[in-house]
Design a protein around this ligand. Structure first.
Ligand SMILES: [Mn+2]
Length: 240
C-alpha cells in the first residue's frame, strides 16, 4: 500500500499566494500518488459557509475535486473552517469525518483530530467552541448575508488574536490528561493533530505504555506533511 498523508493548518487565504502555490504543488505532485490524504482542519483561514462565491475558494475547491478523483480525501473540521458542510463535500468529493477519529493502517492505528478539543485548559475557548458548533448558532450565522458573515468572521479572528495574546503558552497547548484520555478511549498509541502550530513529535507514557503525539506544522511557518507507510511515520517538507 502506498503512502497515507496528513496535513493541517494551511490557513489558505488569497492574501498568501505562496501558501496556495505549495498547496497546489502538494496536491499535483505528492498527494496525487498517495493512497489517502487526511486534512486535519484549518485548511482555510476562514470559512463562512459553503455558499461563499469567492473566486479564490472556488479555485481551491476545484483543485481538491481534481485530486479526490484519484486520491480519497478525508477532512476533519478546524476552528477556522468548522462551517464546511455537505455542499463543500459534494463539490470537492471530500468525506467529512467526526472531530476525533481512529484510523487503522499497516497493522497499526492512530487517532486523528484537529487538536483544539485537546486544549482543555483554555476554558474560554472551549465555551466559544461549544457555541460555534451548536445548531442554533450555525443556523443563525448561515442565514446572514455573505458580507455580514465575512465581517463577523473577521471580528472573531481579531478578538481571538487579542484574547490569545493575554493567555499563557501552556494554556493554549494541549492538556496531557486530555491526550491520555483520547488515546485510552481509542486504544491507540499514536495521536496526530495540528492546531497549536507547534510542530513536534512527543514521546509520552500513557498507562505505562509508550505512545507518541505528533503535531503537524502550520504552513505559514513550514509547509510540510506527514507520511505514514510500511516503514513508519515521517515528516516531509515541501520544497518547490
Ligand atoms: Mn486551529
Amino acid at each position: 500500500m502506498s503512502d497515507i498523508l496528513f496535513i493541517s493548518d494551511l490557513h489558505l487565504d488569497e492574501s498568501e499566494p505562496d501558501i496556495y502555490d505549495h498547496f497546489k504543488y502538494f496536491l499535483e505532485n505528492i498527494a496525487s500518488s498517495a493512497n489517502t490524504l487526511y486534512i486535519l482542519g484549518d485548511l482555510f483561514e476562514a470559512w463562512v459557509g459553503d455558499d461563499d462565491d469567492d473566486d479564490f475558494y472556488g479555485k481551491c475547491q476545484q483543485d481538491l475535486k481534481k485530486l479526490s478523483a484519484i486520491t480519497p480525501i478525508y477532512f476533519i473540521h478546524g476552528n477556522r473552517d468548522f462551517l464546511i458542510g455537505q455542499q463543500f463535500s459534494e463539490k470537492t468529493g471530500i468525506t467529512i469525518l467526526e472531530d476525533t477519529q481512529l484510523i487503522e493502517y499497516f497493522n497499526s492505528s492512530a487517532v486523528i483530530t484537529h487538536g483544539d478539543l485537546l486544549c482543555t485548559d483554555d476554558i474560554d475557548y472551549q465555551k466559544m467552541r461549544q457555541l460555534f458548533r451548536s445548531q442554533p448558532w450555525q443556523q443563525e450565522m448561515l442565514s446572514k448575508s455573505l458580507l455580514e458573515r465575512r465581517q463577523i468572521a473577521k471580528a472573531y479572528r481579531m478578538q481571538s488574536t487579542q484574547n490569545n495574546s493575554n493567555k499563557s503558552y501552556n494554556i493554549m497547548d494541549v492538556n496531557p490528561q486530555a491526550v491520555a484520555e483520547t488515546l485510552t478511549k481509542h486504544n491507540s498509541s499514536t495521536l496526530i493533530h495540528g492546531h497549536t502550530h507547534r510542530p513536534d513529535r512527543h514521546e509520552i507514557q500513557v498507562n505505562n505504555k509508550a505512545c507518541e503525539r505528533i503535531v503537524l506544522s502550520d504552513w505559514e511557518t513550514q509547509p510540510s506533511y506527514l507520511v505514514w507507510n510500511k516503514d513508519g511515520i515521517s515528516v516531509k517538507n515541501i520544497g518547490i
